[in-house]
Write a protein that binds this ligand. Structure first.
Ligand code: SF4
Length: 251
């Protein structure tokens, strides 16, 4: 999609957003691979509202050729901004690993620029060896893990029935063995949901098994669609970071 503006061309982007700045990823150009809130989870802290298409079904949700064309257009239109990008990030308003052509998208983007490609995932599909294989060319994977027991998992991430967090943890252990890029595990800590110290001990065991390069602890500070969702206080966050060891940092 293209429109003339001020004598030059400006592109109306459908899949690309940003660049956005974050402490976690620096300056990142985002790409959304699914329609809004197409996700196997419905996390209580989600800033995008309630999940409208709760699914584990993989599909070419948006045309890969159109995504590649948009990235090409953005790179051509912004040569001076490319150097400032830390990552081109597959993420967006749903779960990117639901897209069946994610592997071709990662390699297609990497052919167009030297900017590292990151994938942000809720980890649900890491149980599938085929999906893990499709991510191998990414430079960075940022998987989430909010729970280490099915009870906490059901309360905080509200997955599709039958999803077992132990299987997801095993999938992440598999990812670590198969993937040679960086893994930054993200844990969203929500007051009263997953911050109980006994649960943190279980999470610590899971983190040690997964062995990511870094562990990022986050807590919801912006407003969420769900009521009564609050951040864990600073002192407790520090205590949890200490419990989780040297790789853990509060983001
Ligand atoms: S996994 Fe991400 S997009 Fe899906 S509900 Fe949770 S926070 Fe929202």
């Amino acid at each position: 999609m293209q429109s003339r503006k001020g004598g030059g061309f400006s592109f109306v982007m459908r899949y690309i957003y940003g660049p956005v700045s974050s402490r976690r990823l620096g300056v990142s150009l985002g790409i959304s691979l699914t329609p809004h809130k197409t996700c196997p989870f419905d996390c209580v802290y989600c800033q995008l509202g309630a999940t409208t298409d709760k699914t584990l079904e993989r599909s070419a949700y948006v045309p890969s050729a159109d995504i590649i064309a948009e990235v090409r257009a953005w790179l051509d239109a912004n040569p001076g901004r490319i150097k400032g990008l830390s990552y081109i990030t597959l993420s967006g308003a749903g779960e990117p690993t639901l897209h069946t052509e994610i592997s071709a998208l990662i390699s297609g983007i990497k052919k167009m620029s030297s900017v590292p490609v990151a994938v942000i995932t809720n980890s649900c599909l890491m149980v599938d060896a085929q999906v893990r294989k499709e991510l191998l060319q990414a430079d960075l994977i940022v998987p989430s893990l909010d729970a280490a027991s099915d009870e906490v998992f059901a309360r905080i991430d509200r997955p599709l029935p039958g999803t077992r967090v132990e299987e997801i943890i095993e999938g992440l252990v598999g990812l670590r063995k198969e993937y040679h890029g960086k893994i930054w595990l993200e844990i969203m800590l929500v007051k009263g949901y997953n911050d109980d110290i006994r649960h943190i001990r279980k999470l610590k065991e899971a983190v040690e098994r997964i062995n990511p390069d870094q562990v990022h602890l986050n807590s919801p500070v912006r407003s969420t669609a769900e009521k009564n969702i609050g951040p864990v206080d600073e002192a407790k966050l520090k205590q949890i970071a200490e419990m989780l060891g040297d790789k853990a940092q509060i983001i």
